[in-house]
Design a protein around this ligand. Structure first.
Ligand code: NAD
Ligand code: DAU
Length: 357
């Protein structure tokens, strides 16, 4: 048996592949385009391991996907591939539409063709689509958390493109009977996250003594889930989820951005006592807000707990400490991702954000 993972060289996908192969001997075919966010350096520990078959390619290349499906006959496809960064979608949405919408459509078509031709009698086949809580829009301070029936109200080009992909996945089940599963998850953090996202950006900037750019008033709230817990949830949904169903996944760890940044600063003060930049909090700089910035996300995990028995295991205080320690211990990995492209992105996103008075 084999599974096909798409986008498996990115943050969550790589954690998923590494965990999968640590826990089982079932091979993984990993299809990834290797955009700026994909990193083969994530698989240093799998060198020479025949269970990991890496293929560089696009989920939008239906001929390639069809060939991989025919060749490897996976029992499941897990779709992580996406453009995933909200700020990038504000600077340019074309890639988001291309991969998240058109790419998901092409992938679904290829999988449907394969399923119809060869797998229709195999009741165990699954297509699992990894999506986000951002499709539900933004909550006020006292609003109830997102459930699986909360109305879709995506606000950014990123979340709109993910919402579109979710609708396609749903329709391919409803119309064509494809056995799909969808997960909508909150903010992940942990090892291997590209330092464009809040937590690794703050860790690396603080270590370098650079400003810590907090958007707006820093009071936006996110629910944080340790990436290993997300991977556990995906495995559980794959194993026990009911085709056609949607499962919300969250960490039960709502935090204001400013509090997250201060916690990171405190941990660095402790773990790097000789740093010239202590106390790291003095690096905090409030900058121009993200356009259309969602105020709050929160996830109601009742369904996945009740139906599939999944709960997050790593609390935020433990997970964030592990994460900071990982970035301190893995300077080789960090140097590998601080490419010219990364520096160009920092200029594009932050140069125009003048520090607030
Ligand atoms: P990421 O940006 O770190 O990685 C995305 C991966 O997809 C990269 O390896 C990239 O090379 C690959 N990719 C991009 N376009 C591709 C294409 N056309 N064909 C094949 N591969 C392609 O993203 P991530 O943070 O690991 O997120 C993975 C998935 O989980 C995404 O679908 C995202 O929307 C979703 N998600 C992310 C979070 C989060 O907090 N990071 C939370 C909930 C859901
Ligand atoms: O909720 C799930 C989503 O979480 C995923 O679908 C996305 O792929 C993932 O990127 C993440 O989206 P966010 O926009 O919430 O994550 P980000 O790390 O970019 O930002 C987290 C919060 O921190 C957000 O309120 C914006 C703020 N922020 C972010 C950056 C990069 C800052 O204040 N300063 C920054 O420099």
């Amino acid at each position: 048996m084999t599974i096909l993972v798409t986008g498996g060289a990115g943050f969550i996908g790589a954690n998923f592949v590494l965990d999968w192969l640590r826990l089982s001997d079932e091979p993984v075919v990993n299809l990834d385009k290797l955009t700026y966010a994909g990193n083969l350096g994530n698989f240093a520990s799998l060198q020479g391991d025949a269970r990991h078959v890496f293929v560089q390619g696009d989920i939008g290349d239906a001929a390639l996907v069809s060939r991989l499906l025919a060749e490897h006959r996976p029992r499941a496809v897990v779709n992580f591939a996406a453009e995933s960064h909200v700020d990038r979608s504000i600077h340019g949405a074309a890639e988001f539409i291309e991969t998240n919408v058109v790419g998901t459509f092409q992938l679904l078509q290829a999988v449907l063709g394969h399923w119809r031709d060869t797998l229709a009698k195999d009741a165990s086949f699954r297509f699992l689509h990894v999506s986000t809580d951002e499709v539900y829009g933004s909550l006020g301070a006292d609003d109830p958390a997102f459930t699986e029936t909360t109305q879709y109200q995506p606000n950014s080009p990123y979340s709109a493109s993910k919402a579109a992909s979710d609708h396609l996945v749903r329709a391919w089940h409803h119309t064509h009977g494809l056995p799909v599963l969808t997960t909508n998850c909150s903010n992940n953090y942990g090892q291997l996250q590209f330092p464009e996202k809040l937590i690794p950006l703050m860790i690396l900037n603080a270590l370098a003594g650079k400003p810590l750019p907090v958007y707006g008033d820093g009071l936006n709230v996110r629910d944080w889930l340790y990436v290993g817990d997300h991977c556990t949830a995906i495995r559980r949904v794959l194993e026990k989820g009911v085709p056609g169903e949607v499962y919300n996944v969250g960490g039960k760890s709502e935090r204001r951005n400013i509090d997250v940044v201060k916690i990171i600063c405190g941990i660095l003060d402790e773990l790097v006592p000789g740093s010239a930049h202590r106390p790291h909090e003095k690096l905090i700089t409030y900058v121009k807000d993200r356009p259309g910035h969602d105020q709050r996300y929160a996830i109601d995990t009742t369904k996945i707990e009740r139906d599939l028995g999944w709960e997050p295991e790593v609390g935020f205080e433990e997970g964030i400490r592990r994460t900071v320690q990982w970035y301190l211990d893995n300077t080789g990995w960090v140097q590998g991702v601080l490419s010219g492209e990364y520096r160009k992105w920092l200029d594009t996103n932050y140069a125009g954000r003048v520090a607030a008075a």
